[in-house]
Design a protein around this ligand. Structure first.
Ligand code: SF4
Ligand code: SF4
Length: 169
């Protein structure tokens, strides 16, 4: 069973390789976690700064600022295809693609692994706004063990304060 505390190696094992058809990469792009930025910059023989400015853009999930691959958008569309997607429809960095792309794919456990990723890399238990946004998300989505609000913030009074906007940070 996948829980918030499932190890990264186990998550990768559960996800298995996707078939790399490129379909999901046409309107989204992969998110990078800190150590992957360094590794991918090395892969492209660029400094971290060069790699960031050429290939990455800012985004935010659950009030946490993160980097994802730049999206090539047509006109004013909010989403576009990942800059790493080749005209052939294949990922150009398939062998070194980030954890996010490896696990949050259309495998059987994809949905649960997407929640696992959010819990481990987006949700900030010390940030009331992050917890509030997660509470909002849970109104229409299910979570995995360890992702319940009272598991994330076991102190009931603190959780209530966070959810009631009494705690701004
Ligand atoms: S890095 Fe590759 S797998 Fe990930 S979204 Fe971009 S094209 Fe798709
Ligand atoms: S996750 Fe699925 S849709 Fe996306 S590239 Fe892999 S096989 Fe295609």
């Amino acid at each position: 069973m996948i829980s918030k505390d499932t190890k990264r190696e186990k998550a990768l094992e559960i996800a298995k390789e996707c078939e790399a058809c490129g379909h999901c990469c046409k309107h989204a792009s992969g998110i990078l976690i800190e150590d992957e930025k360094k590794a991918l910059a090395r892969h492209f023989r660029l400094s971290e700064e060069e790699f960031e400015s050429k290939y990455l853009e800012d985004t935010e999930r659950f009030n946490t600022k993160i980097k994802r691959f730049r999206q090539i958008r047509s006109k004013q569309r909010p989403h576009g295809q990942c800059i790493m997607l080749a005209p052939t429809g294949k990922c150009t960095i398939h062998k070194v693609k980030p954890l996010y792309c490896r696990i949050t794919n259309c495998n059987d456990a994809g949905e649960q692994l997407t929640v696992w990723f959010a819990l481990n890399y987006f949700i900030n238990i010390n940030d009331a706004e992050s917890i509030r946004q997660w509470a909002q998300y849970l109104k229409s989505h299910s979570t995995i063990p360890g992702g319940e609000l009272d598991s994330l913030v076991p102190h009931k009074q603190k959780l209530d304060m966070m959810l009631s906007h009494d705690m701004l940070h």
